[in-house]
Design a protein around this ligand. Structure first.
Ligand SMILES: NC(=O)c1ccc[n+]([C@@H]2O[C@H](COP(=O)([O-])OP(=O)(O)OC[C@H]3O[C@@H](n4cnc5c(N)ncnc54)[C@H](OP(=O)(O)O)[C@@H]3O)[C@@H](O)[C@H]2O)c1
Length: 230
């Protein structure tokens, strides 16, 4: 990986150090050059390749908890939190919990994400819906009838999860941005054009344009890594 901005630096840089300045809430997502966030199979594996995975694993290793929307879980492709030995050593502990945000709780509770996670997966939902969470799954409630994302983030911080990573999908990321909760957007641009209307775009509607400031740009195996302060 080499750095193009703020000041150019040669190849061989370590993503763990580059991304080590952990903000309060960081979004980490990958998209094609034309803005698609899913590959032809409706998942992300076909988008960024090894270079993207290296940064994906790094952002997870640096986070205290990893937020995902229920829509992403419903693809059935999201496994339980794992950590490679080298990153486990650097992190100095087990993987961060995955935190699934869901109002409906229409989730497959038999997925390994809920039954086989080394660090148990947490579900964030409303008070009203909480009764539908199986007793084996840890729940955090935030908001009475609907999820209050500010309260959810506060509760996670109260549990010691100070530095949060949101991995998407677009609906949850859009809501976090609309709520003003995002500090940094880490956007990995895969060197491909997908061009199909089936593919989901990075964000939904925002009430007002969000001001972002470019903070850093890296390049690795053709993938551009953009960091914006929000
Ligand atoms: N390129 C990438 O980096 C990337 C990353 C992740 C996912 N993806 C792709 O994105 C797609 C899924 O994205 P998505 O946008 O459909 O779903 P999503 O953002 O993963 O999940 C949306 C769901 O989150 C729950 N939620 C609870 N409170 C919410 C709130 N305030 N705002 C928004 N959502 C809230 C709702 O769950 P309930 O319906 O259960 O109430 C909602 O339906 C998949 O195809 C996945 O492969 C791409």
């Amino acid at each position: 990986m080499r750095r193009l901005l703020p000041e150019p630096a040669a190849d061989g840089l370590d993503p763990y150090e580059l991304y080590g300045d952990r903000p309060g809430l960081r979004v980490g997502m990958v998209m094609s050059v034309d803005g698609a966030v899913t590959d032809a199979e409706g998942w992300t594996d076909g988008l960024g390749g090894d270079a993207d995975f290296r940064v994906f694993r790094t952002l997870r290793a640096l986070a205290d908890a990893v937020l995902v929307g229920a829509g992403t879980v419903r693809t059935g492709r999201l496994g339980p939190a794992r950590l490679r030995p080298d990153l486990r050593e650097r992190r100095g502990g087990p993987p961060a919990p995955i935190v699934v945000v869901s109002r409906s709780l229409e989730l497959d509770w038999t997925l390994p994400l809920f039954t086989a996670a080394e660090t148990p997966t947490i579900v964030v939902t409303s008070e009203k819906a909480r009764g539908s969470v199986p007793p084996t799954v840890r729940a955090v409630t935030a908001g009475e009838d609907d999820i209050d994302l500010h309260a959810a983030v506060r509760q996670l911080r109260d549990l010691g999860h100070e530095h949060l990573l949101c991995e998407g999908g677009p609906a949850l990321t859009t809501s976090l941005l609309r709520a003003g909760l995002v500090d940094e957007l880490c956007l990995n641009i895969a060197p491909t054009l997908l061009g199909s209307p089936r593919h989901t775009r990075l964000l939904g509607a925002l009430d007002t344009p969000a001001e972002v400031e470019p903070a850093a740009v890296y390049l690795d195996e053709g993938v551009l890594f953009l960091r914006y302060r929000v």
